[in-house]
Design a protein around this ligand. Structure first.
Ligand SMILES: NC(=O)c1ccc[n+]([C@@H]2O[C@H](COP(=O)([O-])OP(=O)(O)OC[C@H]3O[C@@H](n4cnc5c(N)ncnc54)[C@H](O)[C@@H]3O)[C@@H](O)[C@H]2O)c1
Length: 322
């Protein structure tokens, strides 16, 4: 079982690589090799099987062709330009998030070996005037360029799977919190930093009101779900290769209180509440109430409550770079 993670330097890519290294098997077979690819060669993880690290920009088809030439059995496509940057740099977002996906799909189609291809999509694919809660099967109506690029990649993944070019699975990720490391250019970045920085003894700014409601999943559970996503039998997907991953809807004010219950008053006192109109233009277009019934039925997992997310951060990620 050869596995490729594209976007392997990313926060989720590195965690997934470590999880595969420690479990050692996927889809009922031992992992015999893992390739990590990103713009610059990712850090390798320690494993009982060979781990390669490759620099490859997915906007360059020839590089994607040579990356895929190893005919991996499972490919994780996690490479992306995040939401805030895809909004401010439209061409870059299109090139990476849409044409990059197409380069990967086409490289795999050309090889003809039909791997499992797991794609990290997003709840940013939903939006607009649909009633609450959003059901898995609602029409996609993204309100950002990032969401539109993810939605278009999903649609094509479904068609390439229908044609039998590969066995695609698109997982619509909730916002992952608490993300380790530094703030990034995702508009959702504050949804981790208002917990991460205070838990690490620093101040943080919350740009929305405590009543802002959103849909979350912990890093630990997203990695479990990426593994489950590759392992679900092909028959279970039916004619729809996309699924909303189960998360939990939380109000920001309640999440802050959950952090207080786990870590005391100190971290909560380090949050400054300063509304940011520009950022709110993006995040208020996102939806917060979801019914992930299909994901739960397929066997995906979620956190019990936000205290879980805080505890996992303290156990797994406190003061780590990525
Ligand atoms: N973290 C979240 O809250 C969240 C939510 C929804 C969806 N997602 C999706 O999950 C995936 C992984 O997210 P993450 O949080 O680990 O993001 P990340 O930014 O940490 O990782 C993405 C990686 O993609 C790489 N990349 C960007 N352009 C590339 C290119 N042209 N060629 C090759 N690699 C390139 C980046 O260098 C980065 O290492 C992404 O597709 C993201 O859109 C994440």
């Amino acid at each position: 079982m050869k596995v490729l993670i594209i976007g392997g330097s990313g926060f989720i890519g590195q965690k997934l690589a470590r999880a595969l290294a420690s479990r050692g098997h996927l889809r009922g077979q031992p992992v015999t090799g893992l390739t990590l690819a990103d713009l610059s060669a990712p850090a390798v993880v320690e494993a009982s099987f060979p781990v390669n690290s490759v620099a490859a920009n997915i906007t360059q088809r020839d590089l994607v062709d040579s990356l895929a030439a190893d005919r991996h059995d499972v490919i994780y496509h996690l490479a992306a330009i995040v939401s805030g940057q895809a909004e401010s740099e439209f061409d870059l977002g299109m090139n990476v998030n849409l044409y990059g996906s197409i380069n990967i799909y086409e490289a795999v189609r050309t090889l003809g070996h039909k791997p499992v291809l797991v794609f990290a999509s997003s709840i940013a694919t939903y939006g607009g005037e649909t009633p609450d809660p959003i059901e898995d099967w609602y029409n996609l109506n993204p309100q950002t360029s990032y969401g539109a690029q993810k939605a278009a990649s999903e649609l094509l993944l479904n068609d390439y799977s229908r044609k039998g070019f590969f066995d695609g699975r698109a997982l619509r990720l909730p916002t992952i919190s608490i993300r380790p490391g530094k703030p990034n250019k995702a508009a959702s970045s504050f949804m981790s930093s208002i917990f991460r920085e205070p838990l690490q003894g620093q101040e943080a700014v919350c740009p929305v009101s405590p009543d802002y409601v959103h849909f979350f999943l912990s890093p630990r559970r997203v990695v479990e779900n990426l593994i489950i996503g590759a392992e679900i039998p092909v028959e279970s997907w039916g004619r729809n290769r996309s699924v909303l991953l189960p998360g939990r809807t939380h109000r920001i004010g309640d999440m802050v209180e959950a952090m207080r219950r786990v870590a005391g008053d100190g971290p909560v006192d380090r949050i400054r509440w300063e509304p940011d109109a520009e950022l709110q233009k993006i995040v208020l277009g996102w939806r917060g109430l979801f019914n992930p019934a299909r994901g739960l039925k397929l066997g995906f997992v979620r956190d019990k409550n936000f205290e879980d997310n805080v505890r996992y951060f303290l156990e797994d990620d406190l003061n780590t770079a990525v």
